[in-house]
Ligand binder design. Structure first.
Ligand code: ATP
Length: 253
């Protein structure tokens, strides 16, 4: 099982501190949600963990090497004149070198296309894909190498309702099978409640709460993070669902 520990992480752009004191343990084998308001610093935290940005503190990895980490940013470029299949091969070869594909590598490409339901897109050019198709391809590119640490910035923002379920369930299975640490930045808190065993709540430059998702995403925390009044009920299938009542009355906050 892989684990990752954030120790006193800081990050700044110029003289502006975005993260001041981010500390939390993250366990592999299940999905972890990273939630917080716009501009809270979720992408910045991912850049720090991925080593794209320097700053205070350290990221401790156990059970994985730094090169086994994949970061899927919010906007992934899809303008290259490549087919989906070629782009997955390129992602696979990114840090392996060489150009010949072994039988195992061919199988890995086919498997990831199949796993994310995009085999039928294999021969299509990247620029010709729809937004949701691009997002599915980005996810497949991120996972084709079997990474042990995966950071995904809003991986379902362009997907329809059905695809959101399918993709999150596939990511959950991947984490369970491989023991990988998988952190997903999410704005849809119901997705976090349904699929993520743990949640990190980012606000005011630090982790305001972390732990089992249902214990973290309380109405009080949601009010603090987003200024929204909410409550948790259960759907007809017994799953917890967050109901938004509306903007909180700031005078009562
Ligand atoms: N390269 C940069 N240079 C300067 N400031 C930046 C840079 N990237 C991000 N910022 C600032 O850092 C803050 C945090 O941005 P970040 O993208 O990490 O937030 P986020 O939580 O991912 O937001 P969102 O939910 O809107 O995607 C914002 O105020 C943003 O303007």
């Amino acid at each position: 099982m892989v684990s990752l520990t954030l120790e006193h992480i800081g990050a700044r752009y110029g003289r502006r501190d975005i993260l001041t004191e981010v500390s939390a343990p993250v366990q592999g084998g299940a999905l972890t949600a990273l939630v917080g308001a716009n501009a809270a610093g979720k992408s910045t935290l991912f850049r720090r963990i991925a080593g794209h940005l320097r700053g205070a503190g350290r990221v401790r990895l156990a059970g994985a090497e730094p090169h086994e980490l994949r970061y899927m940013p919010q906007d992934t470029g899809m303008s290259a004149a490549l087919t989906v299949y070629e782009s997955i091969i390129l992602a696979l070869k990114q840090d392996r070198g060489g150009w010949r594909l072994s039988a195992d590598e061919f199988r890995a490409v086919d498997a990831v296309l199949h796993r994310f339901g995009i085999s039928h897109l294999a021969d299509q050019q990247l620029p010709d894909l729809s937004g949701g198709q691009r997002q599915s391809v980005s996810i497949a590119q991120a996972l084709v190498n079997g990474p042990k640490v995966v950071l995904m910035d809003e991986p379902t923002s362009a997907l329809d309702l059905n695809r959101q379920y399918e993709v999150l369930e596939t990511l959950r299975q991947y984490a369970q099978e491989t023991g990988a640490v998988m952190i997903l930045a999410l704005h849809d808190l119901n997705q976090a409640m349904r699929c993520c065993a743990a949640t990190l709540a980012l606000g005011e430059g630090r982790i305001l709460a972390s732990g089992p998702t249902l214990e973290v995403l309380t109405p009080a925390l949601i009010r603090r993070l987003y200024g929204i009044d909410s409550r948790v009920e259960h759907c007809s299938r017994g799953c917890p669902v967050m109901i938004v009542d509306g903007p909180a009355d700031r005078a009562l906050a």
